[in-house]
Design a protein around this ligand. Structure first.
Ligand code: PLP
Length: 415
């Protein structure tokens, strides 16, 4: 987002004009930023075989999935519905890694029938698979139990986490695999923690390499994600160049020892799309109390839940009163529950009707939205090559009624 001649623009597209045309609230994505993040990540590694899987759950709009497919990315899917969306977007089944947790055997069978890669994170399921599809190549998700940082709702590497097969259960895993003659093609970890310290991540990587030594038929090692982006100007972000260099050295050394050029896989969501997205809202009203000035907007945690769920910080700017006298606002939503987007934010004076922009709204914004309070989910617009395209319509009242089967005379006995 740039301020040019007194107007805020994204890749040359005027933001107030966009809201005028598509209404608010609105998710706006810029393909240029997704593409540059992808290329930046790709060029940071120097290994024979690198595969970047886009973590679909961050932003599942089919047009966005197609951007990553065209860039040559693979896809990380965590539900069979995401697998289906990826196939719909044109991904080859072999480029999709299905990493479910707590799903039924039926859902796994569906994944087998689609021919996608499958990542198993449960010993019961591993045994089931060994009995039913011993020949089907699978990946095993390991929990290395380190990297506990970040938000406790996001971090999944701790000892009592439901994710992955504990590193301490590996002897059992090895027994099952050799007894049932299973074909293990990949090893995976995803701790959900931000990569703040490269050395700490390398420790986890060493653990995974150690695990890999026990399997002699691997074709890839997947290190998950954890790439951090800036939400505030002074935030730490993962230094992708330093990380890529260290990781490549380690990986190349391991491949030499292993005697085979394995594929190095990462599966970022946030890193690829967070900064590409803006969330635009309109101010409904201003409410001054004895202690606080609230800017009340036409949205709530039904559209962007990260501030309330993860205590996440999203930068907020008033783009329709540039040069207005700055004041301190608490920005809140219209949901009948506490839904504060930001406490005590300094914004140029906010008036009813003013348009506010939330930054870093590309990842886990729309995909975590709901119809709570019977509100419609927003529209999504993509900027690509200087044009803007509506890629998801705003919901309407019909959408709220769509799957309801309405009883009428059956309820007449109620007096
Ligand atoms: C959510 C998820 C990711 C992506 O995480 P980001 O923090 O968005 O990069 C990658 N792999 C798996 C298995 C996930 O569940």
């Amino acid at each position: 987002m740039d301020l040019i001649d007194g107007r805020y623009k994204q890749s040359g597209i005027d933001l107030l004009d966009i809201v005028e045309r598509y209404g608010s609230p609105l998710y706006l994505y810029d393909s240029a930023l997704m593409i540059s993040q992808f290329k930046k990540m790709k060029s940071s590694f120097s290994v024979q075989n690198l595969k970047i899987h886009f973590a679909a759950k961050a932003l599942t709009n089919i047009s966005v999935l197609k951007i990553f497919r065209n860039l040559g990315a693979g896809l990380d899917a965590v539900s069979i519905q995401e697998v289906k969306l990826a196939l719909e977007a044109g991904f080859n089944p072999g480029d999709i890694l299905f990493t479910p947790n707590s799903v039924s055997v039926k859902e796994l069978e569906k994944a087998v029938s689609y021919g996608v890669k499958i990542n198993i994170d449960n010993i019961d399921i591993l045994e089931y698979f060994g009995h039913t599809h011993p020949e089907f190549p699978i990946c095993i998700r390991i929990n290395p139990h380190i990297l506990a940082g970040g938000n406790s709702n996001i971090s999944v590497g701790h000892i009592d986490s439901k994710f992955g097969i504990s590193i301490h259960q590996l002897p059992l895993v090895r027994r099952i695999i050799s007894t049932l003659k299973m074909n293990i093609e990949g090893i995976h970890m995803h701790t959900g923690s931000d990569i703040l310290d490269i050395d700490v991540f390398m420790q986890a990587a060493d653990i995974l390499f150690n695990v890999a030594r026990d399997f002699d038929n691997l074709s890839y090692i997947d290190f998950g994600s954890g790439f951090k982006v800036k939400y505030k100007p002074d935030d730490y972000e993962t230094d992708i160049n330093d990380f890529g260099l260290e990781m490549s050295n380690k990986f190349n050394a391991f491949c030499k020892e292993y005697g085979k050029d394995l594929t190095l896989i990462f599966e970022p969501g946030k890193f690829l799309v967070s900064e590409s997205g803006l969330f635009l809202v309109k101010t409904n009203t201003i409410k001054q109390t004895t202690s606080t000035i609230f800017a009340c907007i036409d949205s709530g945690f039904n559209h962007l839940i990260r501030p309330m769920f993860y205590n996440a910080y999203h930068d907020i700017t008033n783009i329709s009163n540039i040069g207005g006298r700055p004041k301190i606002y608490t920005v809140v939503g219209y949901i009948c529950e506490t839904d504060t987007f930001g406490w005590n934010r300094k914004l140029s004076e906010v008036r009813p009707g003013d348009i506010l922009v939330f930054k870093n709204a590309g990842a886990y914004g729309f995909t975590m939205s709901s119809n709570y309070n019977s509100r419609y989910r927003p529209a999504e617009v993509l900027i690509h090559n200087g044009n803007d395209y509506l890629i998801r319509k705003r919901e309407t009242f019909e959408d709220l009624l769509k799957n309801q089967l309405i009883l009428s005379s059956e309820l007449d006995d109620i007096k």
